[in-house]
Design a protein around this ligand. Structure first.
Ligand code: UGA
Length: 414
């Protein structure tokens, strides 16, 4: 493997992981971001995310950070890693990706040698060809590829260093060859395909994971009525390796920055091309309905919530992160406040972020939360497996077995 000079544009989780990962592989890496504060913090080796392995390695990995695009001229490959947040209609906002591509094209005008631009941001099928590539038409000897990421929050660097697949969408095979060479020693299976196909693989993967979750939630909702344990159903299904055991945990549903946004964007794309993506629509609807089911179960035991104090255990969208984007907890808190209840919440890591959104609810230690009139379990943090639930009414959205000892216990789908 040849050591390359790599630039990474946009230093969010995806960009920083890409920069640190390639630096650890021995490549010369420059990370570029227009956010001065972020660059200053990263230069001082301060950690920006709740990503322990990434933060640890970012301290020692040999890579440069700058807000200046000019040094990119001295690199061979540039990864565009800017975020693609959701617009209110579900489509994605391309402003950061387009901004990066525009600035990059400006700098690369002066370049005579070959340069590869790689779109790593999550963009809907067809975007790179229609929107990003044109920035580089007629600009020197520039190629464009798509290389989606499949990093899980909380395990981003581990997933980067040991990927289960590398997808290379290439405009021409000579440009794909550059990426094949770069990823040569990752020991992972590589799929080479068109740019739009690579873009679709990213969306189809997240949409499938979301579908698996809504599917098992639908089965779980039936199991609850039939007095069947959905946990055993998942286990039994998972023994079939065509189905697989992962992502069959029924409960309050999926949140986070990726799954809900990507399914919505894919549906919007379907609408644009005149196809009705009915299954994806239902996947999101089921996901939105699960918190309402939790509210119904709570009301079964406490019919009038006004004036009652309801405890919430877990505010992050999944364990081991402080990220509350699209967290199920936000939906539950909204619903409880609407009913006139007081909310008392605890999360091991996400309380500071949640306080910014909800400064007026009460925050307290788990024991205090368990003294509320009833308690909802929203995130399966490990420490919730050791609490004393004996005197509480518990509605469990994540299946914490220890909570079954509660005075009254209701599982959401079991
Ligand atoms: C997801 C994908 O798993 C990554 O492969 C992808 O790279 C990433 O999005 C992305 O597009 O960048 P992430 O958002 O970190 O990763 O979170 P997941 O671990 O997928 O969990 C998403 C949500 O599904 C969480 O709220 C989790 O609690 C929920 N979930 C997961 C369930 O409700 N049931 C399950 O069985 C599994």
């Amino acid at each position: 493997m040849q050591n390359r000079k790599v630039s990474v544009i946009g230093l969010g989780i995806v960009g920083l992981t890409t920069a640190v990962g390639f630096a650890l592989k021995g490549h010369k890496v420059i990370g570029v971001d227009v956010d001065d504060e972020k660059v200053a913090k990263l230069s001082k080796k301060e950690c920006l995310f709740f990503e322990s392995a990434l933060c640890e390695k970012a301290k020692t990995a040999d890579f440069q950070v700058t807000n200046d695009y000019e040094p990119i001229l001295d690199t061979d490959i540039s990864f565009i890693c800017g975020g693609t947040p959701a617009n209110s209609n579900g489509s994605i906002d391309l402003r950061y990706v387009q901004g990066s591509a525009g600035r990059l094209a400006d700098v690369l005008k002066e370049k005579r040698k070959e340069h590869l631009v790689v779109v790593r941001s999550t963009v809907v099928p067809g975007t790179t060809e229609a929107v990003i590539s044109p920035f580089f038409n007629g600009v020197g000897n520039i190629g464009v590829c798509v290389n989606p990421e499949f990093l899980r929050e909380g395990r981003a660097l581990e997933d980067f260093m040991a990927p289960n697949r590398i997808i290379i969408g290439e405009s021409e095979s000579k440009w794909g060859d550059v990426l094949v060479n770069l990823y040569e020693d990752f020991g992972s299976q590589i799929l080479r395909t068109t740019m739009s196909t690579a873009e679709m693989i990213k969306y189809a993967s997240n949409a499938f994971l979301a579908t698996k979750i809504s599917f098992i939630n639908e089965i779980g909702n039936m199991c609850k009525r039939l007095n069947i344990d959905v946990h055993d159903v998942s286990k039994g299904m998972g023994y079939d390796d065509r189905i697989g055991a992962k992502f069959l945990n029924a409960g309050i549903g999926f949140g986070g920055y990726c799954l809900p946004k990507d399914v919505a964007a894919l549906m919007k794309q379907a609408e644009i091309i005149g196809y009705e993506a009915g299954m994806l629509k239902r996947v999101l609807e089921i996901n939105d309905e699960q918190p309402l089911r939790m509210l119904e179960l709570l009301k079964k035991h406490i019919p009038v919530l006004s004036g009652k104090t309801i405890g919430i255990l877990g505010l992050s969208f999944k364990p081991d992160t402080d990220d509350i984007r699209e967290s199920r907890a936000t939906l539950m808190v909204e619903a409880l406040l609407k009913e006139g209840a007081q909310v008392r919440a605890y999360d091991p890591k996400a309380m500071a972020n949640f306080k910014r959104l909800y400064p007026n609810i009460e925050y307290g230690i788990p024991q205090k939360v368990l003294e509320s009139d009833a308690v909802l379990i929203i995130t399966e943090w490990d420490e919730f497996r050791n609490l004393d639930y004996k005197n509480s009414i518990v509605i469990d959205g994540r299946r914490i077995d220890k909570a079954r000892e509660a005075l009254i216990y209701e599982g959401l789908c079991w």
